[in-house]
Design a protein around this ligand. Structure first.
Ligand code: MTE
Length: 348
C-alpha cells in the first residue's frame, strides 16, 4: 500500500456483468428465505461449481459464456423462479447500492492480502490451496460469555444477508461488491460485552506454512485491526462469509472477514481467528507500520489527503476516468453521527 496502484490492463474494458440485476435479486431472495444458514452456500455452490478461480480458469469460464451466474448453476432446470412474485428490493438504502457491480473476476483477482503476497494480481494464485476448514474464532476479553466458536456455529448465528457495498481502498481505487454475511453485532451480542468494553480488536490467522507471505516482514504479523465498540455494533458493520453468492474465496479472506463500508478497505481484516473486547484502543497493523499515513479511524474522507497522494477522487475498477470520492464513502447518512464533535483531521 505504499504507492498508488497501477490499473491493470484487464480493467480497461468495462467489466463483464457476471451477475445481472435480476439474478442479484434472486440471490437476495434466496438469502432472505434460506432456512439453514449454510443453505445459501450449498444451493449456490453445488458440487462442480468452481470456487476460487485462478486467472486462467476465469478466462476459460468467461470464454464459455455460461456458468458464471451461480444462481443459474443452482437452478439449471429453470424451476419456479420466486423473484417474479417478490416485492422489489430497496436500493441505495445503505445496505444495497444499485451501482454497477465490479466483476467477480476483478473482485477475486485484484486483492490486497499480504499474508500471501504483496502482488495484487498474484494473491489468487498463491492462495489457491488455502484450506479454511476447520476454523475457529475466539471471542474473548471484556465479555460475560467468552467462547471459541467453530465456523459452523458462527454461520448459524444468522441467515446470510446479501449486501451490496462500495469498497474504497486507501490507495485510490474502489469496487462494488455483493457480500453475504450479517452484522457483526450478532456475534458480539452472543458473548455479552461488559460495560467496560470500549473497543474491539481483531486478529488474522498466523500460520506461515499456510500463508507464505508471513515468512517475510512486509508487516508485523499477525495482521491486526480495531474498531470502537459503537462502530463495531453499527448495523452496517458486517462479518462477511461469502460474496457473489458463494463462500468467501481465499483471496478475499476465507472463511470470514470484516467489512466496514465507510472506512478504507484495510480496516476489513481478513481470515479472522480472534476478536477481543478491550478497554483501550488496540493497535492496528497499518498504523503501527506508518503512523503518519494510516490512522486508527481511517474513515473515507476526500478532504484529508494521504501524505503522498490526494484522496479527492478514486478509480472505480472497471471504469475509465476517475470519480469523486464521497465523505464516509457515501454512508454519511448512516454513520456521521458516530463522529459528532470529533476533529476528523486529527482523528484520521
Ligand atoms: N487483511 C489481512 N489480513 N491482510 C491484508 O493484507 N489487506 C487489506 C484488507 N484486509 C489485508 C486485509 C486491504 S489494504 C484492503 S484494500 C482489503 O483487505 C482488500 O480486500 P479485497 O482484496 O477483498 O478487495
Amino acid at each position: 500500500m505504499t504507492t498508488p496502484p497501477p490499473i491493470p490492463s484487464s480493467e480497461i474494458t468495462p467489466p463483464e456483468l457476471y451477475f445481472n440485476r435480476r439474478s442479484l435479486l434472486r440471490a437476495g431472495i434466496v438469502a432472505a428465505t434460506t432456512a439453514s444458514t449454510a443453505g445459501l452456500y450449498r444451493a449456490l455452490n453445488r458440487p462442480g461449481a468452481e470456487e476460487v478461480k485462478t486467472p486462467e480458469l476465469v478466462g476459460l469460464v468467461k470464454d464459455r459464456g455460461d456458468s458464471t451466474d451461480p444462481v443459474e448453476q443452482a437452478n439449471p432446470e429453470g424451476a419456479a423462479d420466486p423473484v417474479e412474485a417478490a416485492p422489489a428490493e430497496p436500493v441505495d438504502n445503505g445496505f444495497h447500492t444499485d451501482e454497477t457491480l465490479t466483476s467477480l473476476r476483478s473482485v477475486t483477482n485484484y486483492n490486497n492480502f499480504y499474508e500471501f503476497t504483496t502482488s495484487k494480481e498474484r494473491v489468487a494464485l498463491v492462495s489457491r490451496n488455502f484450506v479454511s476448514r476447520p476454523w475457529t474464532v475466539a471471542v474473548e476479553g471484556l465479555v460475560h460469555k467468552p467462547k471459541v466458536f467453530d465456523l459452523d456455529e458462527i454461520l448459524k448465528l444468522s441467515a446470510p444477508e446479501e449486501r451490496v457495498y462500495r469498497m474504497r481502498c486507501v490507495e485510490g481505487w474502489s469496487m462494488v461488491i455483493p457480500w453475504a454475511g450479517f452484522s457483526l453485532s450478532k456475534l458480539l451480542d452472543a458473548v455479552e460485552p461488559m460495560g467496560s468494553a470500549k473497543y474491539v480488536a481483531f486478529e488474522t490467522l498466523f500460520d506461515p506454512k499456510r500463508m507464505p507471505g508471513q515468512n517475510y516482514p512486509a508487516l508485523d504479523w499477525p495482521y491486526v485491526e480495531g474498531l470502537r465498540l459503537d462502530e463495531a455494533l453499527h448495523p452496517l458493520t458486517m462479518l462477511a462469509t461469502g460474496l457473489y453468492g458463494r463462500e468467501l474465496p481465499a483471496p478475499n479472506g476465507a472463511p470470514l472477514r470484516l467489512v466496514v463500508p465507510w472506512k478504507y478497505g484495510f480496516k476489513g481484516i481478513k481470515s479472522i481467528v480472534k476478536i477481543s473486547l478491550t478497554e483501550n484502543q488496540p493497535p492496528t497493523s497499518w498504523n503501527v507500520t506508518a503512523p503518519g499515513e494510516y490512522g486508527f479511524y481511517s474513515n473515507v474522507n476526500p478532504d484529508v489527503a494521504h501524505p503522498r497522494w490526494s484522496q479527492a477522487t478514486e478509480q472505480r475498477i472497471g471504469e475509465s476516468g476517475r470519480r469523486k470520492t464521497l465523505m464516509f464513502n457515501g454512508y454519511g447518512e448512516q454513520v456521521a453521527q458516530l463522529y459528532t464533535g470529533m476533529d476528523l483531521r486529527r482523528n484520521f
